[in-house]
Design a protein. Structure first.
Length: 422
């Protein structure tokens, strides 16, 4: 019996020791986990503070260094991205500092093209991170003739731009535009690019990667085939080096030389069905830019998926790109299809307008009235014109807000009779 009692005592002591040891281990482990969580929280806080300070500094410099009117830039480098897409690296001719921009914004160019009686204005998205402080980059596709008019000339401005050599000077307005990524945000994002519509979105993606932002990021890129796949190596490098970035490339018509799983991940067009298969939910901020048919289908599909309008941001190219409803016309306004008289004060013309005439800018150009324009989507403000009499309403929601008493003819139609200063 004493021997059994002795054994029992040892067992009890051993059990107590084990319990104490496990308790101590559990306590140490909890403290280690808490300490790790605290370090992670501190790291996130420090990272957020660093990013906020950097963003605040860039925003201050953006305001301080922005310039009025035109400024001369030199084409320092040309880099072919595909047979029809070229990147142009621009440096200031005066060698003075250039302001940062918001990723997604564009530059407005005023170009003197041989054979044109007056300068031609066009807007091209900035295609690199604003953290690159000594140059701007735009990436431009040389537009072919329209598919239904194969004998028509190719794109006037894009063809001219592609003909420019390194060292050429071009006239540029300061970065502008209301389609841009908020680098202060923390929500996961989806970037959707079709064709050369990747330009503002690659600026956003490069900013996320160059700034080491930890946001979950999906980049969907749709092109026809490998030949149209711009920035191929660069995108693969970003996907490899940044674990928070997922890049999904879709080829609409892959050729026999395109390698599935290497060149592209999906066959077909970008679609909301694809997003539903790849994304765990619809709880993302969506940014998209591409051909008008793609934009219309995807914005409609996102709405049907339950994504609120406030989470869908897009860059439009002309009123047909995405017809998100503008503000409802006031009570008593003339219906869109009704005829109205549009007066062009300086041109000395008064022309009947109907819905088939399109925007006031379209009407002006069809009748020999010159109005300077750029984006043709209500974003750049180049066409801003004073309204002398009457009112206008807009085909789409505008990005640029004209001054009181002025309008943007590129996306405006008459609301009854109107006279503008053109």
């Amino acid at each position: 019996m004493p021997r059994l009692a002795e054994i029992a005592g040892v067992v009890i002591l051993g059990g107590a020791f084990v319990q104490v040891t496990l308790g101590a281990y559990g306590s140490i482990r909890r403290r280690a986990i808490e300490s790790q969580q605290q370090r992670q929280a501190l790291t996130l806080f420090e990272e957020r503070a660093r990013l906020d300070l950097a963003a605040t500094r860039l925003e201050r410099e953006r305001r301080e260094l922005a310039w009025e009117g035109l400024r001369k830039f030199r084409i320092a480098h040309k880099v072919a991205e595909t047979p029809d897409i070229c990147s142009f690296y621009l440096v200031p001719h005066d060698h003075k500092p250039i302001p940062a921009f918001r990723p997604g914004q564009f530059l407005t160019f005023q170009l003197r093209i041989p054979g044109q009686s007056r300068p031609v204005t066009r807007c091209y998205s900035l295609s690199d991170s604003p953290l690159q402080r000594d140059y701007y980059r735009v990436t431009i596709k040389r537009l072919p003739p329209p598919p239904k008019e194969p004998n028509a000339p190719p794109g006037l401005v894009s063809s001219f731009f592609h003909s420019l050599e390194e060292g050429t000077l071009v006239d540029v307005r300061a970065p502008a535009g209301n389609f841009w990524l908020d680098v202060h945000g923390s929500r996961p994002i989806v970037l959707i690019a079709g064709g050369v519509g990747l330009t503002p979105l690659i600026a956003m993606l490069n900013t996320i990667c160059a700034g080491n932002l930890r946001r979950e990021t999906w980049f969907f890129y749709g092109v026809r085939d490998r030949q149209d796949h711009a920035m191929y190596d660069h995108l693969q490098t970003l996907a490899r080096e940044h674990e928070n970035v997922r890049i999904v490339v879709a080829y609409a018509a892959p050729t026999a030389t395109c390698v599935a799983g290497q060149d592209y991940a999906e066959k077909g067009f970008l679609s909301v069905d694809l997003f539903k298969r790849m994304l765990p939910s619809s709880n993302y901020e969506f940014y998209l830019c591409g051909p008008p048919p793609m934009m219309a289908v995807i914005t409609e599909g996102l709405a049907q998926w339950g994504v609120p309008d406030s989470d869908v941001h897009f860059e439009a190219f002309g009123p047909a790109s995405v017809k998100r409803p503008a503000a409802a016309p006031p009570e008593g306004a003339a219906p869109a299809q009704a005829a109205a008289k549009v007066g062009f004060a300086r041109g000395g013309k008064a022309i009947d307008w109907t819905e088939k005439d399109g925007s006031i800018l379209d009407l002006a150009e069809a009748n020999g009235v010159a109005i300077e324009s750029g984006c043709r989507a209500g974003n750049c403000g180049t066409c801003e014109t004073a309204v002398r009499e009457g009112k206008v309403r807009y085909l789409i929601e505008t990005g640029f807000k004209p001054k009181d008493g002025s309008c943007l003819p590129c996306v405006a139609v008459p609301d009854g009779g109107v006279v503008i200063d053109a």
